[in-house]
Design a protein around this ligand. Structure first.
Ligand code: KG4
Ligand code: ZN
Length: 342
């Protein structure tokens, strides 16, 4: 690969409970996407234990990087830049990826590019939708974030709305735990809800006054907890499937309503969803129908690119690479990094 007409990014992601590495060609083609999930480990505790996550990342990081290079059939010498998530996320978890990326970039003499995790989630849409280009709107729904974002250009964002309390995925996880489904809650609620009646129970749809694009999910979560407690106090058995379906409907109704409001106000013609909750089947279905009704092009990544992965970080890093972003050896983990911040 001496006469290079292509840009190869080696990307690393370790912001939460997946240790991941990927090789991405020209920002849109995934040559490898290796993910070592810690889910089984954290399931024992009902959620992610930060200290355990960091330790596991240390154990796995070199293995996933080596596997990503091998699977892509390239060596470090072929790589043009190292991209790494440096925030937001768990500080100890982020630090492992950042330290590894710095060490690899320094040793191999390659540029280092720090990537915002949410920018990565949004960029996941570029992998399978080669025609998708900014400007477009994105609804980012993950375990830590719920953002309605105007993507003005590659790497340029305006946050139009955000959650005031729990993230959508966080609400899924908490409700799943309360109804005995365990961790991680989102996929389990998605599955169980298929057997339930979403109209069986009416849970609240919160709208934040004077902020039509903001979200609030703590109310619906509390309503579910109250409903369960009420049943238990009366000695009644509640239907896990109905609670899951009704809760999921309450959350997706608000996500769709706010996104459609933005679509109208900003005259958007393209909407891309991203993040772990974007793999929710009910959300995908409802958003697709709503977008079709408004003549809006609707994009969503395959589930493997919705939840945390390094391919999406490689895509975002590629566009940062093109725009000249380079980080120094002082790059640090920034647990509260804001979208659009450098
Ligand atoms: O994007 P992600 O992997 O990590 C963060 O950046 O937070 O998102 C994880 C979140 C978890 O809360 C998980 O329960 C949720 O995404 N999730 C889902 C589904 N799959 C994952 N939520 C609803 N339905 C799903 N199918
Ligand atoms: Zn994520």
């Amino acid at each position: 690969m001496s006469d290079k007409k292509e840009v190869l990014i080696l990307a690393i992601e370790s912001s939460c409970d997946e240790t991941a590495a990927a090789v991405v060609r020209n920002g849109r083609e995934v040559l490898s996407n290796v993910i070592s999930s810690q889910i089984a480990l954290h399931t024992l505790y009902g959620g992610v234990v930060p200290e355990i996550a960091s330790r596991k990342h240390i154990e796995k990081i070199n293995q996933v990087v080596e596997a990503a290079l091998a699977e892509a059939d390239v060596t470090l010498a072929d790589i043009d830049a190292i991209g790494v998530t440096y925030g937001p996320g768990l500080v100890g978890a982020l630090l492992v990826g950042v330290a590894a990326a710095k060490a690899i970039a320094y040793a191999a003499g390659k540029p280092l590019i720090g990537v915002h995790h949410i920018e990565g989630h949004i960029a996941a849409n570029f992998i399978e939708h080669k025609e998708l280009e900014p400007p477009f709107f994105s609804l980012v729904v993950s375990g830590g974030h719920t953002h309605l974002v105007r993507v003005k250009d590659y790497g340029q964002f305006d946050i139009i709305g955000r959650t005031r309390d729990d993230a959508a995925g966080e609400a899924f996880d908490k409700v799943a735990r309360a109804i005995g489904l365990g961790y991680p809650g989102g996929p389990k609620i998605d599955k169980v809800a298929k057997e339930g009646n979403p109209e069986a129970i009416s849970f609240p749809r919160a709208h934040v006054e004077d902020a039509p694009y903001d979200f609030s999910f703590s109310g619906v979560k509390s309503a579910v907890l109250n409903y369960i407690n009420g049943c238990q106090m009366k000695g009644e058995v509640y239907s896990q499937a109905d609670v899951a379906a009704a809760f999921q409907k309450a959350v997706t109704d608000v996500l769709v309503a706010n996104a459609m409001h933005a679509v109208e106000e900003y005259q958007v013609d393209k909407l891309a969803i991203a993040g772990g909750v974007a793999s929710n089947s009910a959300l995908r279905e409802a958003m697709k129908t709503a977008c079709e009704a408004k003549g809006v092009e609707f994009y969503y990544p395959s589930p493997i690119y919705c939840t945390d992965n390094a391919a999406m970080i490689g895509v975002a890093a590629y566009y940062e690479y093109l725009s000249g972003t380079r980080h120094g050896w002082d790059l640090n983990a920034v647990p509260n990094l804001k979208l659009g911040e450098r």
